[in-house]
Design a binder for this molecule. Structure first.
Ligand code: UD1
Ligand code: UDP
Length: 375
């Protein structure tokens, strides 16, 4: 009998990191029946990823609402999954990371009796308010999951310290590296054309150094984003030989301060969230990256790009330890001073821009499939 898999995700980063796992299961159709369920906690930003990875969901819950809140989103995911789980009756449900989709889907899957498999398991800041609500989402999912796929030994050790049995944990590397390799291969093929990559090429001045910015974290909403935008405005004005490109997250709590403060600055380009291949291209062309994103902290080291992280703590200490990621919080002065140092001090720049890859070699998904095959 084939094992039945249901892979559930809802946001852009989950889609990027689950897409290669879906593909790996589909290669193994002799052993598995695999279906995709999207909560659509995100809509446009999720659909962009589905398009690029050529994935068609079997179930689309279409839940996103403008400026949605955590209470109703959580309730809608759990309630909405009931008929899907009852219809398909999966043996294994796969969730990823730390979003509301992850946490709520793991609860629903547990209620249904399916085994819960947590991809990107065991990351911790040990501060339940940062990232908010993701630290708690990830811990709740970890306590529900039957099988834990950890990207690194550090994340495995966090789970061992929570008394999770080592036989249920597998260190795989992060599936984001599998996704990055898929993207680089697809983009290199002669037939591939991405309109959005062409569009950003048209906006940029090849003579100016490029600073790539992203940001969206809930704990930075309000004053945090005002500080971030003021810092970016100062960096742009003090460094006319650079240009900043900022694909602005669609969350209205991000869009408003960013457009209010930065829309008229001539060397800052505010654009909509862009396709994954265009974003990978932008990372590869950047001089440095300023972000509060989890995924970007993992991708940039393997492209040799220095990253300033606008957070006070991170559940991804590996690149900080290696020296390519530096935490700067949301203090304007610190963001400006570290950026200026990277722009003007070659020794400092070189110390943060070596290539290294703490998040694996792109074989995370095949390791997960092999593990499940043997159960
Ligand atoms: C969510 C995750 C966060 C993850 C991030 C990745 C939670 C609590 N947060 O945060 O962990 O790092 O996604 O980006 O799960 N919106 C759109 N179109 C889209 C996507 C979002 O318009 O395609 C707007 C909507 O108004 C939506 C709002 O953004 O209500 C917030 O989306 P939500 O998923 O609740 O939170 P994020 O801040 O995106
Ligand atoms: N990304 C993208 N387009 C963009 C910005 C980011 O495809 O305009 C990708 C990026 O390469 C990374 C992921 O989205 O893989 C990160 O998503 P986000 O920062 O929204 O979430 P987080 O990783 O913080 O959960």
């Amino acid at each position: 009998m084939k094992k039945k898999n249901l892979i559930i995700f809802g946001t852009r980063p989950e889609a990027i990191k689950m897409a290669p796992l879906v593909k790996e299961f589909l290669i193994n159709q002799d052993k598995f029946t695999t279906k995709i369920c999207i909560t659509a906690q995100h809509r446009e930003m999720l659909d962009q990823v589905l398009d690029f990875f050529e994935l068609t969901p079997d179930f689309d819950m279409d839940l996103m609402r403008p400026n949605q809140n955590l209470f109703s989103l959580t309730a809608d995911i759990i309630t909405g999954l009931k008929p899907i789980l009852e219809e398909f009756k999966p043996d294994y449900v796969y969730v990823h990371g730390d979003t509301t989709t992850t946490m709520a889907a793991s609860i629903a899957a547990f209620y249904s009796g399916a085994k819960v498999c947590h991809v990107e398991a065991g990351l911790r800041t040990f501060n339940k308010r940062a990232p908010f609500p993701e630290e708690v989402n990830r811990s709740v999912t970890g306590s529900i999951a039957d099988y834990h796929f950890s990207p690194t030994e550090t994340s495995k050790n966090n789970l061992l310290n929570e008394n999770i049995s080592s036989k249920n944990i597998l260190v795989t590397g992060n599936t984001v590296i599998d996704a990055l390799q898929y993207s680089i291969t697809k983009v290199s093929s002669a037939s591939f054309q991405d309109q959005e990559t062409e569009l950003v090429k048209g906006i940029l001045n090849p003579k100016k150094r490029l600073i790539l910015v992203t940001g969206h974290r809930r704990e930075n909403h309000g004053q945090g984003f005002i500080n971030i935008c003021n810092a970016l405005k100062q960096i742009a004005s003090e460094n006319q030989d650079t240009q900043i490109i900022y694909p602005v997250h669609l969350n209205p709590n991000v869009q408003k301060p960013v457009y209010d403060i930065l829309k008229d600055v001539s060397n800052i380009h505010l654009i909509n969230p862009i396709s994954y291949p265009a974003f990978v291209w932008l990372m590869s062309k950047s001089y440095l990256i300023i972000t509060d994103s989890g995924g970007v902290q993992e991708e940039a080291p393997s492209l040799g790009k220095p990253v300033l992280v606008m957070r006070d703590t991170t559940e991804r200490p590996e690149a900080v330890d290696a020296g390519t990621v530096l935490l700067v919080g949301t203090n304007s002065e610190k963001i400006v001073s570290k950026t200026n140092k990277l722009l003007n001090d070659n020794v400092f720049y070189n110390s943060m821009s070596m290539l290294h890859n703490p998040y694996g070699d792109g074989t995370a998904c095949s390791k997960i499939v092999e593990f499940i095959s043997k159960l």
